[in-house]
Design a protein around this ligand. Structure first.
Ligand code: 5AD
Ligand code: SF4
Length: 482
């Protein structure tokens, strides 16, 4: 394991090993030589700032970057102005995420003019898009390092090359079948952690860029996942979130295939682990075995995120989702029958090409029938290279905006009603942090993902506590200790 390694024992004057992760360990040792030199010259360690711009998968990748930086001898800062090295871990699911990156790069450029030694790196999904990298090469020459999602495990090596060069370094891979285990990770929370169980996606929903930037589905072996979780638990973690673009197809391509439900059963056996979450489930692949496993599980949170995307079977077909409105509704009913107190959340896209008023009404109808605990609603964003981007009947912006507002107000109205159903009950809450507005309160999470604020101190953080849910304030509760 990397935390048993004495970096100073690695002889980095020899040639770099070719096998992983030994090769990255070698480069971490080399980076340490550089940071020590920086410290001698400046009287302090270099500071790094990792900015996470995307989903949970992206956040977990950021923790891996931070793990490497920490071992390489950098001090962490949350403020870009104070950093000697800034790295943006980008997202590209929707176009506005890309625009934000260019905007922030403008700001970094002005910082760099004042502080020429500032190094800037970009990584993540957006870097897997060819036209983005072309634009960076042409108009953003002040960026020092650009790499993608497939070679993130090579970060130590790239960091080392960047430290000793002033030239723009670009390294993007088309794909990889490699999964490198045992690299350093620096967790954001001491008591909970994301755990990747698979990478990539094979579904090719027609609006989605993920399969192009994250590549084909690759599952980690159960043994590696279980070992990682055991290590996390011995390090104080009580809750894990199993991460994959479509966890329901976990394990299908392994040499010895394993179902996701079976993996969950194995994770449940880990002593000391209290809660298991997972994300995301594609409705087309959700098995009865999974429903049974969730219903009988003692640690699996009573929450399922089940993206609907659209309630219209016609639009779902154009989206290549491979289920109909009726199949989706039947599935949610089946889940509710087996697990009556389950909370169901979703993602919905408004304004997919060709969406008519009738199609949109179908979406509202599903929202009314399922009564989601909460829903992420998105305006359709045209992603170059996806089949939907080439569809002719794109919906006018103002019409989409009006539909979006209607959907949002319905979702919120239902969410308020549904969320309040626990008022007066005592529920187990995981204390997560001191409330940012009132330091006498702790903010925690119920197993259905709802937030609860209750009196407490920092000493409660990481503990599961019984809390009485006194008043529901829409999307969160005010509670008291029992
Ligand atoms: N436009 C809008 N929303 C999108 N999503 C994915 N691609 C797009 C797009 N092109 C949404 C989906 C997905 C969530 C992570 O992002 O709802 O479930
Ligand atoms: Fe995108 Fe569909 Fe894969 Fe989700 S399942 S990442 S929406 S292609």
């Amino acid at each position: 394991m990397y935390n048993e390694i004495d970096w100073d024992m690695i002889d980095y004057n020899q040639e770099a090993p070719t096998e992983e992760p030994a090769r990255q360990y070698y480069y971490i040792a080399k980076c340490r030589e550089w940071t020590r030199k920086f410290e001698r010259e400046n009287g302090r360690l270099p500071r790094s700032c990792v900015v996470n711009m995307g989903c949970q998968m992206n956040a977990r990748d950021s923790e891996k970057l931070e793990g490497i930086l920490e071992q390489a001898g950098y001090e962490k800062t949350d403020r870009e102005e104070c950093a000697d090295f800034v790295i943006y871990n980008t997202c590209t699911v929707r176009e506005n995420a890309n625009q934000r990156v260019y905007g922030r790069l403008g700001y970094l450029h002005s910082l760099k003019k004042k502080k020429p030694h500032l190094k800037i790196a970009l990584c993540g999904c957006m870097m897997q898009e060819k036209q983005v990298v072309e634009k960076l090469k042409k108009s953003y020459r002040f960026v020092n390092l650009v790499f993608g999602t497939h070679n993130i495990f090579r970060f130590a090596e790239l960091l080392n090359r960047m430290q000793s060069s002033d030239r723009m370094l670009v390294d993007i891979w088309e794909d990889t079948d490699q999964i490198v285990e045992n690299l350093p990770v620096e967790r954001k929370y001491s008591f909970k952690s994301g755990v990747n169980i698979m990478f990539g996606c094979n579904n090719f929903c027609s609006y989605c860029i993920v399969p192009y930037v994250r590549g084909r589905e690759k599952s980690r072996k159960p043994k590696e996942i279980l070992e990682e979780i055991r290590r996390l638990v011995s390090d104080g973690v009580v809750e894990v979130m199993l991460l994959g673009q479509n966890v329901n197809s976990y394990g299908k391509n392994l040499d010895e295939p394993v179902t996701f439900a079976r993996l969950l059963q194995m994770v449940e056996q880990i002593e000391g682990l209290k809660r298991i979450r997972f994300m995301t489930s594609h409705p087309k692949d959700l098995s009865d075995e999974l429903i049974r496993t969730m219903a009988s599980g003692k640690k699996i949170c009573r929450h399922i995120h089940l993206p609907l995307q659209s309630g219209s079977s016609r639009i779902l077909k154009a989206m290549n989702r491979r289920y109909t409105k009726e199949q989706y509704l039947a599935l949610t009913e089946k889940i509710r029958r087996a697990i009556p107190d389950i909370s169901i959340t979703t993602d919905i896209i408004v304004g997919f090409p060709g969406e008519t008023e009738e199609d949109f009404e179908e979406t509202l109808d599903v929202v009314r029938q399922v009564r989601y605990d909460s829903a992420f609603t998105f305006i359709y964003s045209k992603r170059t290279g996806t089949p939907a981007a080439a569809m002719e009947n794109q919906v006018p912006e103002d019409l989409v905006k009006r539909r979006f507002d209607r959907l949002l107000s319905l979702v919120q109205e239902i969410s308020r009603e549904v969320s309040s159903r626990y008022t007066g009950q005592v529920k187990e809450v995981l204390a997560e942090e001191v409330n940012s507005q009132d330091a006498s309160l702790i903010t925690g999470r119920m197993d259905n993902n709802l937030l609860v604020h209750f009196p407490g101190t920092a000493a409660d953080i990481g503990r599961l506590l019984p809390i009485r849910l006194d008043t529901c304030k829409g999307f969160y509760y005010m509670g008291s200790r029992v």
